[in-house]
Design a binder for this molecule. Structure first.
Ligand code: SAH
Ligand code: SF4
Length: 351
């Protein structure tokens, strides 16, 4: 099937785009509002569940658009019950991970931006998988809708999104931004700028574009090492976007947007969790509006490193706080039993 012959997915469209479509079809804007409510308030899975839409509208939608709800290939709870991970099946049967997290009373969805990832970080399960394809805006949106549907049945609402699932969101910039616009719509899921966190491996042109376009979201940058050779050994993408260029882009981002950046640091025992490493990152970030999110390594099959010990992560935090006045958090290793494979969960939702 050629791309042109595939009808547009309803989850691909902003409310304004749906409005334009309905105007072209000469349907009343009232129906757009109703459809939007069904899609993002009631989170229904099919046109059959939209009785308030006239039959002729539903017929047209059935003929010229599609509404796909990803099936659940697998779902698992963490042993502590705080995290539920879904393996969702897309229309072409590719699988992606979406995670629902409930820590400290906040409900967060960790969503994917690609099937696999091209960046090849050595410790990451998704990186070890390689790249298959970008997700469409609708496939990104559908993950949040899936989580909201689950929550709605329990009388709750999705409050936060972290783009920390599979994939590199700035490698799929346009689709991710279109999806975020849909998720921010005040008549839909209404996720505010402070409630969407995008995590990047350090795609420099993407960071500069976010700054230029003043995209309303929180930015997290995966650092993991404070020198170019050490970073390039963990994050091959650093060869393309070296550390000095990355830090210059981060500075521009913070200056242009007035926002601080969250710097992620996956702690690997004996590799980047020593006092010297903490001081190196402290020096690197000094003077920048920064918070460090420390993530103890989640062991994966393709990487021999071990997670840091609790004492080492606390020592790391102490050095950042006392010697550099840089705030940091350590992600608790809750839910670790089901976390492998996802881009590793909530660093941002605790902040
Ligand atoms: N591609 C983006 C977002 C997805 S990964 C990025 O790299 O930032 C989200 C976070 O999880 C990143 O900071 C990533 O380095 C981290 N991560 C990936 N695999 C991990 C693992 N096995 N253990 C701990 N953190 C991991
Ligand atoms: Fe891709 Fe992020 Fe995993 Fe690196 S850590 S391979 S960028 S998903």
């Amino acid at each position: 099937m050629s791309a042109a012959s595939v009808p547009v997915s309803l989850h691909d469209l902003t409310r304004a785009e749906l409005g334009a479509l309905f105007a072209r079809w000469e349907f009343s804007p009232v129906h757009v509002a109703r459809l939007w409510r069904y899609l993002y308030w009631e989170c229904v899975a099919s046109l059959a569940e939209m009785p308030e839409l006239p039959a002729k509208v539903r017929r047209r939608l059935a003929d010229e658009t599609r509404l796909h709800t990803p099936g659940i290939a697998l779902e698992t709870d963490s042993s502590d019950g705080f995290t539920r991970k879904y393996l969702l099946r897309l229309e072409d049967h590719e699988r992606i991970e979406t995670v629902l997290m409930r820590y400290t009373g906040r409900v967060t969805a960790c969503i994917s931006s690609q099937v696999g990832c091209a960046m090849g970080c050595v410790f990451c399960a998704t990186g070890q998988m390689g790249y298959t394809r970008h997700l469409t805006p609708g496939e990104i949106v559908a993950q949040a809708v899936h989580v909201q549907r689950v929550l709605r049945a329990q009388g709750q609402r999705l409050r936060n999104i972290v783009l920390m699932g599979m994939g590199e969101p700035l490698h799929n910039y346009d689709a991710v931004m279109q999806a975020m616009e849909i998720l921010r719509d005040p008549n839909g899921l209404a996720l505010g700028a402070e409630r969407i966190t995008l995590s990047t491996v350090g795609v420099v042109p993407g960071i500069l574009r976010l700054a230029r376009e003043k995209r309303p979201l929180r930015l997290a940058v995966s650092l993991h090492a404070a020198t170019q050779p050490e970073r390039a050994a963990l994050v091959p993408a650093a060869k393309k976007w070296p550390l000095d260029e990355l830090m210059a882009a981060c500075r521009t981002y913070s200056e242009t947007t007035g926002r601080r950046i969250f710097y992620e640091w996956t702690l690997i025992e004996g590799k980047n969790d020593r006092p010297g490493d903490a001081r190196a990152v402290g020096r690197l970030l000094q003077g920048l509006p920064a918070q460090v999110n420390l993530i103890p390594l989640n062991p994966t099959a393709g990487f021999a490193g071990a997670p840091t010990r609790t004492e080492a992560s606390h020592r790391f935090q102490r050095i950042l706080a006392e010697e550099f006045k840089i705030p940091s958090t350590v992600r608790q290793r809750r839910g670790i039993d089901i976390a492998a494979g996802c881009g590793q969960l909530a660093v941002a939702e605790k902040n």
